[in-house]
Ligand binder design. Structure first.
Ligand code: URA
Length: 194
């Protein structure tokens, strides 16, 4: 499909100097996976390895994300477009500042506008706060569908780095909840493919 415009925006992003993070970045991290109109995941911000490689979710959290997607037959090579709320790594992986998020917002909005994905996964608190007006925490919101931009369905999910800190797989644990969520996401994804 005609996603050439994404390449233009990616190049704009590569040359962006709208906030202070341009001074400390090694690479901008625009997107990973495949451009498609079904499934997008929005994470938080690039970390150490993402900054080095210019690719989102390539560190430990990314490896776990790939594993979770793989459990239901989804892969970044074939099925999902991955991006972050901001495209440059905040020093020491601190939370992005409001002015950094604001400066970067147009890139995310463009990605959504061009792809118009039917499903948007909001991975972690920072992504949820960027895309939804709510005071509720991720634990309350995860696993539920919300109406997103361009009539998409949005679901908040736990961030894989949170799962890495919570090892239990018992019923009700974060990993168990993620398993329920990814099955539900795959169910809706499969409906779209019919
Ligand atoms: N965590 C994120 O939220 N995004 C990345 O790209 C890597 C780690």
């Amino acid at each position: 499909m005609g996603y050439e415009e994404l390449e233009i925006i990616k190049e704009e992003c590569r040359n962006c100097h709208k906030c202070g993070l341009c001074k400390t970045r090694t690479n901008t991290v625009f997107s990973g996976g495949v451009p498609n109109d079904k499934l997008m995941l929005i994470g938080e911000a690039p970390g150490f390895y993402e900054d080095k490689q210019g690719e989102p979710f390539v560190g430990k959290a990314g490896q776990l994300l790939d594993k979770i997607l793989g459990c239901v037959g989804l892969s970044r090579k074939e099925h999902i477009y991955i991006c972050n709320t901001i495209k440059c790594r905040p020093p020491e992986n601190r939370d992005p500042l409001p002015e950094e998020k604001a400066a970067c917002r147009a890139f995310l909005d463009k990605q959504i506008e061009i792809l118009k994905p039917r499903i948007i996964l909001l991975c972690g608190r920072v992504a949820v706060n960027s895309m939804m007006e709510t005071n509720q925490g991720i634990t309350k919101l995860r696993g539920k569908w919300f109406e997103g931009p361009y009539f998409s369905k949005m679901m908040p999910i736990f961030h894989p780095s949170y799962l890495l800190r919570n090892d239990s797989r018992e019923k009700g644990s974060p990993k168990w909840l993620m398993w329920q969520d990814i099955k539900e996401i795959k169910r809706v994804y499969d409906q779209l493919c019919k």
